[in-house]
Design a binder for this molecule. Structure first.
Ligand SMILES: *[C@@H]1O[C@H](CO)[C@@H](O)[C@H](O)[C@H]1NC(C)=O
Ligand SMILES: *[C@@H]1O[C@H](CO)[C@@H](O)[C@H](O)[C@H]1NC(C)=O
Length: 531
């Protein structure tokens, strides 16, 4: 984008009569950490004077019923959505770590996907039930239709919102990184498997032949997942309410704008689409001063600085054995450590380490004394680390966390350790490496951070701009490619290839037969002559 475009964009953001009296927006979020992302957009839209309604399940943990930023509509539901319910996730996590102990074996791979598919299968069923409950409540549907919303904002990781948006015929914007078939780009943009690593492959964009072979294999596993695990519950809803020939995937592909939670300082470069807008790092914000007590602790670290460690909202406790390993590794370092730890206090805890139940993560990452961030590798934490240029040590546990750490490691800005084989010595070495200026982790992260910040427009402003754009123009179909209307064989031009091949073969056969006839008749002439 050139400078004039940038100026225009800035001007339009400042001077737009924010849709005269604000638009009406219906939000269908995903619970759990996805809501933390969505809430940022909701608050930004509210600040621009829009009227926001959030649909929530009665079993929701994170999406509160009361808020100064939105009004909520609660849908009564029997079963909670499993993902990120504490008990279920702990089980899933323990099982994942057990499976990883056998990693490399084929059984471990089968177990890994079985464990994952069980988790998401149940979840998709519950979301599909949520949609049916909504559709069946005619009072509610009438209320939603009568309100005449200008925009439907949803996260299509579970595509319940996609179906509802279609039912209500509203322009749709996605806040997205994952969809029900895998990574979101794979659903709309060409994704050559030769240099776009598939989810869970743990490859970079530089793959040798064997890795490319395996990458195709990982891709087909997700294709299987889509057809046999994630799609069936929604297909049932489509068949029941939308009639034949409609499926959730093409409804999703018809979305107007995709606000992609991706930034190419982090993600590997890949093909994209005109209706994809990149907002990776939109949660980034400057740090605020620390509470006095914490500031004192941080300052007491002197020239060595501090290390902070947190494994996200889901995992506060690694279990006693692992906690001792982590505690004794920290005790062997001259740095001070702030560790979010919810379990028993480890016996080997050094007096340089402070245990906390909660930490102001962004403010600590932005503190000049913070040297290393130890994380599970969730994207929110990673983008905050990039924003504040803090080298990162990953202890990836589940989902995309391995792939996330691979991306950061490929940039030389992070390293990661394997939890199932972790011992004190490995952890100390890894931390010392990250702290060592000669290993360049800090300078690489600084470079990444500078690139991340060097943008014509803040990612959050860009998100707001494009949502208002869709409201102003009642959709953005002109930015959408026609790919979503095509059947798979037409998309890959297989029908055309087959036709050309057939024509070629027919011509060849005809030519061959002609020659054969000709030769035969010549032979006959010759024979009769010699006779
Ligand atoms: C239908 O929705 C309305 C409006 O949100 C709500 O008051 C009512 O309880 C719902 N009915 C059922 C059966 O869930
Ligand atoms: C840790 O605390 C003990 C006593 O509380 C003290 O003797 C020791 O010097 C301290 N160690 C460090 C590294 O500060």
């Amino acid at each position: 984008m050139g400078l004039p475009a940038f100026l225009l964009l800035t001007l339009s953001l400042c001077s737009l009569p924010s849709l005269s009296d604000g638009g009406k927006i219906l939000v269908y979020p995903i619970d759990g950490s996805h809501w933390l992302n969505m809430r940022i957009l909701v608050e930004a839209l509210h600040a621009r004077g829009h009227d926001i309604t959030v649909l929530r399940s009665s079993t929701s943990w994170y999406v509160s019923e009361q808020s100064p930023h939105y009004t909520s509509i609660t849908i009564q539901q029997q079963r909670p959505q499993n993902i990120e319910s504490q008990g279920f996730m702990n089980f899933f996590l323990r099982r994942s770590i057990e499976i990883r102990k056998n990693r490399g074996s084929l059984w471990a791979l089968v177990d890994f996907y079985k464990n994952l598919f069980n988790l998401i299968r149940e979840n998709h069923k519950v979301v599909a039930e949520f949609v049916v409950t909504t559709f069946e409540n005619k009072t509610l549907i009438k209320k939603l239709s009568d309100k005449e919303y200008d925009l439907f904002l949803t996260d299509p990781a579970f595509p319940g919102g996609v179906l509802l948006a279609h039912y209500l015929k509203l322009p749709t914007v996605f806040n997205v990184r994952w969809v029900f078939s895998g990574e979101a780009h794979f659903a709309i943009a060409p994704s050559p498997l030769s240099y776009v690593p598939q989810l869970f492959s743990q490859y970079t964009d530089k793959m040798d032949f064997t890795q490319r072979l395996a990458n195709v294999f990982y891709h087909w596993i997700l294709v299987y997942m889509f057809h046999f695990v994630s799609n069936p519950p929604y297909q049932a809803v489509c068949d029941r309410y939308f009639g034949p020939g409609v499926d959730a995937m093409s409804l999703m592909q018809a979305g107007d704008i995709w606000l992609m939670r991706v930034d190419f300082t982090f993600e590997f470069p890949r093909p994209t689409m005109p209706n994809v807008v990149y907002i990776g790092g939109f949660q980034g914000k400057p740090s605020k001063p620390l509470p006095a007590e914490l500031e004192e602790f941080v300052q007491s670290s002197g020239e060595h600085g501090v290390i902070i460690m947190t494994l996200g909202t889901l995992l506060g406790d690694l279990g006693p054995e692992m906690s001792e390993i982590v505690a004794s590794a920290f005790a062997a370092l001259p740095q001070k450590v702030i560790w979010r730890h919810l379990g028993e206090k480890p016996a080997s805890l050094g007096n340089n380490t402070k245990l906390v139940k909660w930490m102001p993560q962004n403010d600590l990452l932005g503190h000049p004394k913070t040297k290393v961030f130890v994380t599970h590798g969730g994207t929110n934490g990673i983008y905050e680390a990039i924003y504040h240029a803090v080298p990162t040590l990953g202890i990836p546990l589940i989902f995309d966390q391995f792939d996330n750490m691979i991306r950061l490691k490929a940039r030389g800005a992070a390293d990661y350790v394997e939890i199932t084989t972790l011992d004190t010595e490995t952890l100390v070495t890894a931390l010392k490496n990250l702290l060592d200026p000669e290993k360049l982790y800090k300078s690489n992260m600084l470079k990444l951070s500078q690139l991340h910040h060097d943008k014509p427009i803040e990612p959050l402003d860009s998100a707001v701009f494009w949502m208002e754009y869709v409201m102003r123009h009642k959709g953005a179909p002109h930015l959408r490619t026609e790919s979503y209307r095509l059947p798979w064989y037409a998309y890959h031009s297989l029908d055309v290839t087959a036709t050309i091949l057939a024509m070629f073969l027919i011509t060849l056969t005809m030519f061959y037969m002609l020659c054969k006839c000709l030769v035969r008749s010549l032979m006959r002439v010759k024979k009769s002559k010699t006779d």
